[in-house]
Design a protein around this ligand. Structure first.
Ligand code: GRG
Length: 294
């Protein structure tokens, strides 16, 4: 299948929904709603919401069933980027090719915009959706909280910061990646499958797909940090802690890091064996995740 037009179409759908589902630009306090909308709408690949929609489709669900949750995924992701860019964290000037939220709106507003996006995500995830049982929504709200918080992304970020102060082994690096990046990608897939009405077996397979894909994504991110164009796209222009940070290529060598990403891509693809052509976008996305250049 042709992935490029598929991604363009899904990106458009997600961005239109985000525009509609975010607090309006003229809603007070405008500095806050402006900063939230700025960071969410200036760009990004929209990988997580697209995965939610693609998993929903893979089990035969209509896209509308998963759209609110897909947008919630992007709200959580964008909040993490805003906070990750802050002076107390990476102190970056550019994000998604534009000034970071704190550069554009000031540090206090950026902190609040991140907080508000995280909270807004749960508002979206809690919205009633035709055809989706309240139990399913409740379960996914819990899953999202686990993936975003102490046991997932925030916990992973803490381990990452602590890891900067001492040499890491591969197993520790993998643990950081699984929590910091993998947990959100996993829940994006799991939620799509559940909201689309997948069987318990289908949900289990797509959750595993998300786990393998999440790790492949992060290994590829590490590879791009070593050899790719992410720096020129505007990452890490402030305190460049990434210079001595442990990465897959640093710990295992570039060729082996590429091989690890390839193996995970194949593992993700094997999780789709029992799915028909409706899962073709997920098959193509697995290849895209390791082949991407930014
Ligand atoms: C500060 C709570 C808190 C968490 C930070 C995910 C994260 C944890 C920080 C992001 C920093 C970073 C560069 C992580 C490595 C991989 C990653 C998540 C990259 C950004 O995701 P993409 O490539 O970005 O999907 P776009 O802009 O395309 O959405």
């Amino acid at each position: 299948m042709e992935l490029k037009p598929y991604l363009a179409d899904r990106k458009y759908l997600v961005e239109s929904a985000l525009d509609r589902l975010l607090p309006a630009a003229d809603r007070e306090p405008r500095a806050l709603t402006g900063a939230m909308r700025y960071s969410l709408l200036i760009g990004g690949k929209r990988l997580r919401p697209i995965l939610t929609l693609a998993c929903c489709e893979a089990v035969g669900g209509a896209l509308e069933r998963a759209m609110n949750f897909a947008c919630a995924m992007e709200c959580v992701h964008t909040y993490s980027l805003i906070h990750d860019d802050l002076p107390a964290m990476d102190n970056d000037d550019l994000r998604r090719g534009h000034p970071t939220c704190h550069r554009q709106y000031g540090e206090a507003t950026a902190i609040l915009a991140g907080d508000a996006l995280l909270t807004h995500a749960f508002e979206l995830a809690a919205k009633p959706v035709t055809g989706v049982l309240p139990e399913a929504r409740l379960e996914l709200i819990g899953e999202l909280a686990m993936a975003a918080g102490t046991y997932g992304m925030v916990g992973g970020q803490m381990l990452d910061i602590q890891g900067e102060k001492r040499p890491l082994e591969l197993v520790q690096l993998q643990n950081i990646h699984i929590h910091k990046t993998g947990a959100l990608i996993r829940v994006a897939c799991l939620a799509g499958a559940r909201l689309g009405g997948g069987t318990p077996d289908q949900v289990k397979h797509l959750k595993r797909y998300g786990e393998a894909l999440g790790l492949a994504f992060q290994i590829t991110d590490d590879i791009l940090d070593e050899v790719g164009d992410t720096k020129t796209l505007g990452k890490a222009t402030g305190v460049d802690r990434a210079l001595d940070k442990a990465t897959y290529p640093k710990l295992m060598g570039l060729a082996q890091a590429r091989e690890a990403a390839e193996n995970l891509m194949q593992e993700a693809t094997r999780c789709l064996t029992e799915f028909g052509p409706q899962a073709d976008p997920l098959r193509a996305l697995a290849q895209y995740v390791i082949a991407r250049t930014h």
